[in-house]
Design a protein around this ligand. Structure first.
Ligand SMILES: N[C@@H](CCC(=O)N[C@@H](CS)C(=O)NCC(=O)O)C(=O)O
Length: 213
């Protein structure tokens, strides 16, 4: 079997999701850092691997997989335990909805290329760019806090981590990094603490990665 290789960047929250998922499934992998700060994601060699010029990209089982949620879905399909989404259709839909709040409604508005577009071509000053960032994170976290209520236990849904937690933890890391207040979200903070106590989450944390390995 060929080695599993994750193209990532230590601070990328989409890549952080995949590191958590790999760790939860017990998949051994190596990292190849694509330095987003230096624009390596736009190099022709990397674009040949991922035409979108994004991390993460996972080389596994002879495949080159892109899009964090699609990668995590592959891992869930190929490594049965622990399951990332419940089997019950309504519960599954609820977990997916919470994950998608982060992955579809918050993160795409705040990723690097969007922030660069705001401050570059659109000429927005740093404080406007930061306000944009905080606005979308705050909206998303407030919704997630309310959505978690019916089913939250130790984790966003029940008492085992799901895809929703895999998306939440990197988003809260980003929120703290950009000084977005998170005190109004007690459920999210409690779940984040419970996740961080688990080694698959702890070992995926950006501070535990070699920045440019
Ligand atoms: N929807 C994609 C988003 C990936 C993404 O936005 N990755 C960011 C890092 S978190 C990136 O590579 N950004 C490079 C850039 O914006 O130039 C996924 O979930 O994988």
């Amino acid at each position: 079997m060929t080695a599993v290789l994750l193209h990532d960047y230590y601070r990328s929250s989409a890549a952080y999701r995949v590191r958590i998922a790999l760790n939860l499934k017990g998949v051994d992998y190596r990292r190849h850092s694509v330095n987003l700060a230096e624009g390596e994601q736009r190099d022709a060699a990397y674009r040949a691997l991922n035409p979108q010029g994004f991390v993460p990209l996972l080389e596994i089982d002879g495949h080159k997989l892109t899009q964090s949620l699609a990668i995590i879905d592959y891992l869930d399909a190929t490594h049965r335990e622990p399951r990332f989404v419940p089997d019950d259709p309504a519960q599954r839909s609820h977990v997916l909805a919470m994950a998608l709040v982060v992955a579809c409604d918050v993160h795409p508005l705040n990723n690097l290329r969007v922030l660069k577009y705001l401050s570059g071509p659109l000429g927005q000053p740093e404080d406007a760019r930061d306000a944009w960032y905080r606005h979308w994170v705050t909206e998303g976290l407030a919704a997630l806090e309310a959505m978690a209520h019916p089913g939250a236990g130790d984790f966003l849904f029940g008492d085992a981590p799901t895809l929703a937690d895999i998306c939440l933890v990197p988003q809260l890391y980003n929120a703290r990094r950009f000084a977005v207040p998170i005190t109004p979200y007690p459920t999210l903070r409690r779940v984040d603490e419970n996740c961080s106590a688990l080694s698959p989450f702890a070992e995926a944390h950006p501070d535990r990665q070699e920045a440019h390995a």
